[in-house]
Design a binder for this molecule. Structure first.
Ligand SMILES: [Zn+2]
Length: 172
């Protein structure tokens, strides 16, 4: 397994729409393994392929708490087939937007269909943090970041801050 580089915004590669995976083979499983390791190391609770430069419909998630056993989830070609009408607000962050957070409203409960690590079709009903995390990662597959849900002013503020941090890192 390997730790992959996580692309941070603003970056055009994060706006790419991911392509569905044709077959969950060993090459895809290797990417999923690397993504999971990268996500744990970051540390984060969700990661999409596009964030590590692989614009394929791949997501890793683990919302278990530190005092619980790891509960990794691999979602290939995920599709949300049902949303609750009820919305919930969460303070969201993103490994591609380091140290930036914003309150965001999204449906509280979802039903998602996907292929698992072995290519078998699965259906999962999720609420709470898991639902939130899957919706956030699925946005990445469409080339969307959580800041794209915010007003242009707020989004611009966050992206300019990140650009400035990056410039300081380069010149340091
Ligand atoms: Zn993210």
């Amino acid at each position: 397994m390997a730790i992959l580089h996580i692309i941070t915004a603003p970056d055009r590669r994060l706006k790419v729409k991911s392509k569905p995976v044709e077959a969950v083979d060993d090459a895809i499983r290797r990417v999923l393994d690397d993504m999971l390791e990268t996500m744990y190391q970051a540390p984060g609770i969700g990661l999409s392929g596009v964030q590590v430069g692989v614009p394929k419909c791949l997501i890793t998630v683990d919302v278990s708490r530190d005092d619980e056993e790891d509960a990794p989830l691999f979602l290939v070609n995920p599709e949300i087939v049902a949303y609750s009408e009820e919305l919930e607000t969460y303070n969201e962050g993103c490994l591609s937007l380091p140290d930036q957070f914003a309150d965001l409203e999204r449906p509280g409960e979802i039903t998602v269909q996907y292929l698992d690590y072995h290519g078998a079709p699965q259906q999962l009903r999720a609420d709470g943090l898991l639902s939130r995390c899957i919706q956030h990662e699925m946005d990445h597959l469409k080339g969307r970041l959580f800041v794209d849900h915010l007003s242009a002013v707020k989004r611009g503020m966050i992206l300019r801050k990140l650009e400035k941090i990056r410039r300081q890192k380069v010149s340091a």
